[in-house]
Design a protein. Structure first.
Lengths: 204, 730
C-alpha cells in the first residue's frame, strides 16, 4: 500500500516494532496464546510479539490478535480463512495477492496486517459470489481468462482497479496496467478481452 | 461393471461424431471457472484443518558434502517452535515424472546448493519461518563439485541414430549449415508454489498436495515413507499450474508427511518461491550442433543434431532434445546424439515440453539459415522436406498435418512468400521483420481408468484421480460424458484429483486429455449399452439428448431409481509401436528490434496447430496461447543464471527470472485445425498442452534476423546479445 507518513506514524504508535499485547482473538487460544515481551533475547533473537487489531475486511470488522510480523496476506489466508488472495512469491513480484485497500489495488504480501487497520479491505471473496458475480468475474469465465486459476483472484482485483483508475482505454494500456500480475498459464490476451468486456458492464 | 480397451487398432468408427447434442469440441466455459473466479477453489495449502502446524524447509548452503550436525536446540526455545524434523525419510530431490518410486534420500547427503536438509515446525508460519532462518547446521564440505556443464565429463545417452555418412553428405552437399546453438536453463514457475498438508491418524495418511500425477505420486510417496499405498490418500482437486514441476512427488509433500507422522499432528509445508526455483526442477541448459546438408533444390540429404545437456549424478532424466528431430525432416544421412554432463546444480527434469521446447528452436533457426543459403522461402523449404515415413525407423505416421499447418498458417498470417533478405523495413529506430518455424511434439497415450455413473436423478458423475492443472480436464470430461450420455453440461459432475477414485494417467507429456478422455469414453459406451438394454434398442440405435431417450421418456424414468455405473480402462496397444505419432504446427511472428538498444518486441504472432480432434475449442486455444507465450519467454527473456563458483541459482525469484508479462504478449492468433486421428487414441485426439511452445522461439529468432540482420545463436536473445550480433550498418 502507499505508506503515507500518517499511516506509518499510526502503525508506530500502536507499537509495531516494540510489541503489542495479547488479547481477545477469534482463533483458538491454543493457536494464538502468547505473552508478548519487548526485550531482545541474549543472542539477539527478537521474541515473538503480538498485537490486537481490528481489520475491516469485506465490510466486516474482524478483531484479531496478530503476530506483528504478519503480512495482510497471511492474516487473510491463515487467520480469516479468506484463501482467495493467493501467495505466489511473497515478495511483491507476481500480483497474485492483490486486494483493494480503500478502493485501490495493493499487494497484500507487502502490506503488514498492522498497517491495514483503519482501512477498508476488499478481497476477491468480497467482490462477488457464485450467485452474484461481479461483471469482471463473469468476463473472466466468458473469455477463458485463466487456466489453473491461481493468479486469477489477483488478476480480477487488479482488473477492476485498472478500469476504475481509467487505465483501460486501449488494448495497449490494459496490457501495460495489467503487467504487475503474472500468469504463467499465459491467459494474457484473454485477460485483455475480459477487461474490455467488463468495462462496458461496469461503466454501462 | 468394468470395461477394458487396449488400442491395438485404429478407432475408425468413433460414435462421438454421431451424438445428437454436438457439445464436444465446442467452446464450452470451464465448469471450474466459478470457484476459480470467486476465490473459493481450494488449492493444496488452503484446506482448513484444526490444529494444523506449519513447516518451513531449511536448505543447504553448501554444494556438495554432508550435513554433520543439525542443532535443534538452536531454535527449539524460540516461540512457537514444536520440532526440528531431521529424518532419513526426508527427500533431497523431487521425483522425476512417472518415476513411481522414491527420489533421492536422505537429505543429509548434499548434492546441490539449496537442497532441503531439514524442516522446522511451529504453531504459525511466522514462527516457523523465523526459526528456520536461525537453525544452526554444520556441514562437511567436499570441494570437488563441478558446477559448469562445459567442464564436466559427459556420457552418451542411448545409442543415438546413425545412418549413412553425414560428414560425406556435408562435404558433397550443394548447400549446408553447420552451427552451434545454445539455450539456457528454465524454471516451470507455476504460480502456485509447491505445497502440502498431511494428516496422520496413526494408521492412514491423508495428503492435500499440489501434484500433477497422483497415480505415480502415491507410489513415490509410499516408497519415500516406507508405507503401504493403501494407507495413503492423495488429494489434488485444484493445482495452480505444474508445467512439469509437479510431475513427481517433491520435497515439501514428503516433509509434511514425515512431520505429521512424527508429531501426530497435521502439518502444512509450503515452499517459498525461492525454494521452488532452487530445489524442484530445472530444465537443463543445452548446447546443440546442427548440421544440415541439402541438394540444389533444398532437399535434405544429411541431417545432424547433437546435443549436450546436464543433470546431477545418479539422475536418469536427460532433456530429450532430439525427440522430434528424429522424424521431422528427411535426410538419408543422419547423425543424432545426446550426451549428459554430470554437474552439481539442482535436479534437471521436465519443464513444459521437455525436449522439443529447446530442440525445435535450435533446429528451426538452422532451417532458416539453410533457406537463405538455398535461396528459397523458408515455408517452402519445410514443405520440401516432410518425410513420407519416419526417416530412421521407417514407420508410418498416424496423421501428418505439418503441410496443412504451414500453408494455412502462412495464408492467415499474410506471409510474404519468396526468398528473404534482412533489413528491409524500418520505422524510426525500429527494424521490423518476420520469421516462421515449424512445430512438432510427440504424441503419447497412457493407461487410464475412470468411473462414470449415470445417476437415477438424471445426472452423471465422472470419477478419476486425474488432475486438472489448468489444462481443462474438468471441461473436456464434462463435455465427453454429456455428449455420450445425452446430458447438458450442467448435469455432469466431474470429480478429479483423489486417489480414492480409479487411477488416471496424470497430467504430463500432453497425454492427459487423449488418455483419460478415452477411458471416460469407453466407460460411457458401457453405460450406454445398459441404457440401450433397458430401452429395448441396440446401442447403435440409442439416441440420447437433453436427458431424454429416443426423444421420448426421460432418463430418470427409464432408470427408475437405479444408477448405472461403469469403470472404463483404456490402455495403449500395438499401434503405439507401429506408428509415429506427433502433433504438428507452424509459427509466424513479426517483431521489431531497436537498432540502438537491441531490444526486441513481438508485434504479433500466429500459431496453427493440428492435433486430431479438438475437444474444447476454448480451452485448446488457451493451451496454445500459453505455449506461444512460453515461446516468447524462451526466445527473449527466460534463462537460469548460475554462480560459476558454487552453482547456486542467482536469479531464483520472479523479479530476476523473467517470465513474460501481459505487456510482452501482443496480438496472438491461434488456428486450430480440427481433425480426426483414429490411430492416436480412442477419441481420435492428440495432445496439445505443449505443442504451442515447440519451435515458436525460432520464429522470433528468425524474425530478429529478418528485421536487423542479427543472427543470434544463444537463447534467450536479450538486448546485449542482439546488439552484439547486429551488423555494422544496422
Amino acid at each position: 500500500m502507499s505508506e503515507t507518513p500518517d499511516r506509518m506514524d499510526f502503525v508506530s504508535r500502536r507499537g509495531l516494532m516494540k510489541g503489542g499485547v495479547a488479547g481477545a482473538a477469534i482463533l483458538p487460544a491454543s493457536a494464538r496464546a502468547q505473552t508478548a515481551s519487548s526485550s531482545e533475547d541474549a543472542d539477539g533473537t527478537v521474541p515473538l510479539q503480538r498485537m490486537n487489531v481490528t481489520l475491516d475486511v469485506n465490510g466486516q470488522a474482524r478483531q484479531l490478535t496478530i503476530d506483528t510480523r504478519s503480512t495482510l496476506l497471511d492474516v487473510l489466508r491463515h487467520d480469516l480463512d479468506l484463501t482467495g488472495s493467493k501467495k505466489g512469491c511473497d515478495h511483491g513480484q507476481c500480483g497474485a495477492c492483490t486486494v483493494h485497500i480503500d478502493g485501490e489495488r495493493r499487494l497484500s504480501c507487502l502490506t503488514l496486517a498492522a498497517q491495514a487497520e483503519g482501512h477498508e479491505i476488499v478481497t476477491i471473496e468480497g467482490l462477488g459470489s457464485e450467485n452474484a458475480l461481479h461483471p469482471m468475474q463473469q468476463a473472466f469465465v466468458d473469455n477463458d481468462a485463466f487456466q489453473c486459476g491461481y493468479c486469477t483472484p489477483g488478476q480480477i482485483m487488479s482488473a477492476v482497479a485498472c478500469i476504475r483508475e481509467g487505465h483501460a482505454g486501449s488494448d495497449a494500456e490494459i496490457r501495460e496496467y495489467m503487467s504487475g500480475n503474472l500468469c504463467r498459464c499465459a491467459a494474457y490476451p484473454n485477460i485483455v478481452a475480459a477487461v474490455k468486456q467488463a468495462k462496458s458492464g461496469m461503466e454501462g | 461393471m468394468n470395461i477394458h480397451v487396449k488400442q491395438d487398432e485404429a478407432a475408425k468408427e468413433c460414435r462421438l461424431d454421431d451424438m445428437k447434442q454436438g457439445i464436444l469440441g465446442r467452446d464450452v466455459s470451464r465448469p471450474d471457472g466459478l470457484p476459480k473466479v470467486t476465490g473459493t477453489a481450494p488449492y493444496a495449502a488452503e484446506y482448513k484443518i484444526d490444529g494444523c502446524l506449519e513447516g518451513v524447509i531449511v536448505t543447504s548452503t553448501i554444494v556438495k558434502g554432508e550435513v554433520t550436525n543439525i542443532d535443534a536446540s538452536s531454535v527449539l526455545d524460540m516461540p512457537g517452535v514444536e520440532a526440528v524434523i531431521d529424518d532419513p525419510r526426508l527427500t533431497a530431490r523431487a521425483a522425476q515424472g512417472t518415476a513411481g518410486e522414491a527420489p533421492a534420500q536422505p537429505a543429509r547427503k548434499v548434492g546441490y546448493f539449496g537442497q532441503p536438509v531439514a524442516v522446522v515446525v511451529a504453531r504459525t508460519f511466522e514462527e516457523a519461518r523465523d526459526a528456520a532462518k536461525h537453525l544452526k547446521i554444520e556441514y562437511r564440505v567436499e570441494d570437488d563439485a563441478i558446477v559448469d556443464p562445459e567442464e564436466a565429463d559427459a556420457e552418451a545417452q542411448g545409442d543415438g541414430t546413425k545412418m549413412g555418412d553425414l560428414a560425406e553428405a556435408m562435404n558433397s552437399a550443394r548447400h549446408s549449415v553447420d552451427v552451434v546453438i545454445t539455450t539456457e536453463g528454465h524454471n516451470s514457475a507455476p504460480m502456485e508454489p509447491h505445497a502440502a498438508i498431511a494428516e496422520w491418524d496413526g494408521d492412514k495418511l491423508t495428503v492435500h498436495a499440489s501434484l500433477q500425477m497422483l497415480n505415480y505420486n502415491i507410489s513415490e510417496l509410499a516408497d519415500s515413507l516406507d508405507l503401504d499405498e493403501e494407507k495413503i490418500r492423495l488429494i489434488a482437486r485444484y493445482v495452480g499450474g505444474g508445467f512439469g514441476s509437479k510431475l513427481g512427488v517433491s520435497e515439501e509433500t514428503v516433509a509434511a508427511c514425515v512431520a505429521a507422522m512424527e508429531l501426530q499432528r497435521p502439518v502444512r509445508v509450503v515452499m517459498s518461491r525461492q525454494q521452488v526455483f532452487q530445489c524442484v526442477m530445472r530444465r537443463s541448459e543445452t548446447r546443440q550442433r546442427l548440421r544440415l546438408a541439402a541438394d540444389e533444390d533444398g532437399k535434405l540429404i544429411g541431417f545432424g543434431h547433437e546435443a549436450r545437456v546436464s543433470n546431477l549424478p545418479g539422475e536418469e532424466f536427460a532433456e530429450p532434445v532430439l525427440q522430434s528431430s528424429e522424424f521431422l525432416y528427411r535426410g538419408e544421412n543422419r547423425l543424432l546424439e545426446l550426451e549428459v554432463a554430470r554437474i552439481h546444480r539442482m535436479t534437471a527434469g521436465s519443464v513444459r515440453a521437455p525436449g522439443e521446447a529447446v530442440g525445435m528452436p535450435a533446429l528451426e533457426a538452422a532451417m532458416d539459415m539453410l533457406a537463405e543459403k538455398v535461396g528459397i522461402d523458408p515455408v517452402e523449404l519445410r514443405l520440401r522436406n516432410i518425410p513420407e515415413r519416419h526417416p530412421a525407423k521407417d514407420l508410418p505416421f498416424t496423421d501428418h498435418s505439418l503441410a496443412e499447418c504451414l500453408t494455412k498458417g502462412a495464408e492467415a498470417f499474410g506471409w510474404d512468400k519468396g526468398p528473404r533478405k534482412p533489413m528491409q523495413k524500418r520505422e524510426g529506430e525500429w527494424w521490423i521483420g518476420t520469421g516462421m518455424a515449424s512445430a512438432a511434439r510427440v504424441h503419447n497415450v497412457s493407461e487410464a481408468k475412470a468411473r462414470v455413473t449415470l445417476k437415477a436423478d438424471g445426472t452423471a458423475l465422472v470419477e478419476t484421480d486425474m488432475t486438472d492443472i489448468g489444462t481443462g480436464t474438468y471441461a473436456i470430461l464434462t463435455q465427453l460424458a454429456g455428449e455420450m450420455l445425452g446430458l447438458p453440461v450442467d448435469k455432469v459432475l466431474v470429480d478429479l484429483g483423489d486417489t480414492n477414485h480409479p487411477r488416471g494417467p496424470g497430467s504430463g507429456g500432453s497425454w492427459g486429455a487423449a488418455s483419460i478422455g478415452s477411458a471416460v469414453f469407453v466407460a460411457c459406451e458401457a453405460v450406454r449399452k445398459q441404457v440401450a438394454e433397458k430401452a429395448g434398442v441396440s446401442e447403435n440405435e440409442l439416441s440420447l439428448s437433453d436427458g431424454r431417450v429416443m426423444n421420448g421418456a426421460t432418463l430418470t424414468d427409464l432408470l427408475d431409481g437405479a444408477d448405472i455405473s461403469a469403470e472404463g480402462h483404456y490402455e495403449p496397444g500395438a499401434i503405439s509401436e507401429d506408428y509415429t505419432a506427433s502433433g504438428f504446427g507452424a509459427f509466424f511472428a513479426e517483431v521489431r528490434v531497436n537498432r540502438y538498444t537491441g531490444e526486441t518486441r513481438v508485434n504479433r504472432m500466429l500459431g496453427s496447430f493440428g492435433f486430431g480432434r479438438v475437444l474444447n475449442a476454448k480451452t485448446a486455444r488457451s493451451q496454445c496461447l500459453g505455449g506461444v507465450t512460453w515461446s516468447i519467454g524462451l526466445a527473449l527473456t527466460e534463462g537460469l543464471k548460475f554462480d560459476p563458483r558454487d552453482g547456486h541459482l542467482a536469479n531464483c525469484d520472479l523479479a530476476e527470472y523473467h517470465v513474460p508479462v501481459n505487456r510482452d504478449v501482443p496480438e496472438v492468433e491461434i488456428l486450430l485445425l480440427d481433425g480426426r486421428d483414429p490411430l492416436a487414441s480412442a477419441i481420435q485426439a492428440k495432445g496439445v498442452g505443449e505443442l504451442g511452445m515447440c519451435g515458436g522461439a525460432a520464429a522470433i529468432a528468425n524474425a530478429i534476423y529478418n528485421a536487423c540482420g542479427a543472427r543470434v545463436l544463444d537463447y534467450p536473445m536479450t538486448p546485449d546479445r542482439v546488439i552484439a550480433a547486429m551488423p555494422e550498418n544496422a
